[in-house]
Design a protein around this ligand. Structure first.
Ligand SMILES: [Zn+2]
Ligand SMILES: [Zn+2]
Length: 151
């Protein structure tokens, strides 16, 4: 089992390109300079803003348009910062049993058995949601999944 405590730090330090002082983290990956009010975005801010403006979009396009690497986008999905919409044909997998989930790392069933072991650790952060629609047919792992922001 992977260490549930190893979370990536997305809130990196940002400095205002004009004033050179530390920018303040506002929300959803958006930073603001306390002096001149200039806004800047980290990778999550870029993805979130793109999805706000464009709606559900294939992950590859999001990556292309925002310049945020796929590996980072996958990490956002695993952390539940973004999700795959209900009507998608392709989902990510529960890391334990391999069932489809829309975001997170484990399906609700697996998190139950896992949380008995980890006792109150980060269950909320890693539990995903299964798509309600049952898929028919074989999984095609080369198919690209869509991304949506979390509601
Ligand atoms: Zn500034
Ligand atoms: Zn599972």
């Amino acid at each position: 089992m992977k260490d549930l405590d190893t979370k990536m730090a997305f809130s990196k330090m940002k400095y205002c390109p004009d004033c050179g002082i530390k920018m303040i983290y506002k929300h959803a990956g958006i930073y603001e300079c306390p002096q001149c009010g200039k806004m800047d975005k980290d990778d999550f801010g870029k993805v979130k803003t793109f999805l706000d403006e464009n709606g559900p979009t294939p992950a590859a396009i999001v990556s292309q348009e925002t310049g945020v690497p796929m590996i980072t986008i996958n990490e956002f999905l695993r952390l539940g910062k973004v999700e795959i919409p209900e009507n998608s044909d392709v989902f990510i997998k529960c890391e334990k049993c391999g069932t489809d989930i829309r975001y997170g790392r484990y399906c609700p069933e697996c998190i139950k058995s896992l949380s008995n072991k980890i006792r109150g650790a980060l269950a909320e952060d890693v539990v995903g949601e299964k798509p309600r629609r049952k898929r028919i047919g074989e999984q095609d792992n080369n198919k690209m999944f869509f991304l949506d922001k979390r509601r």
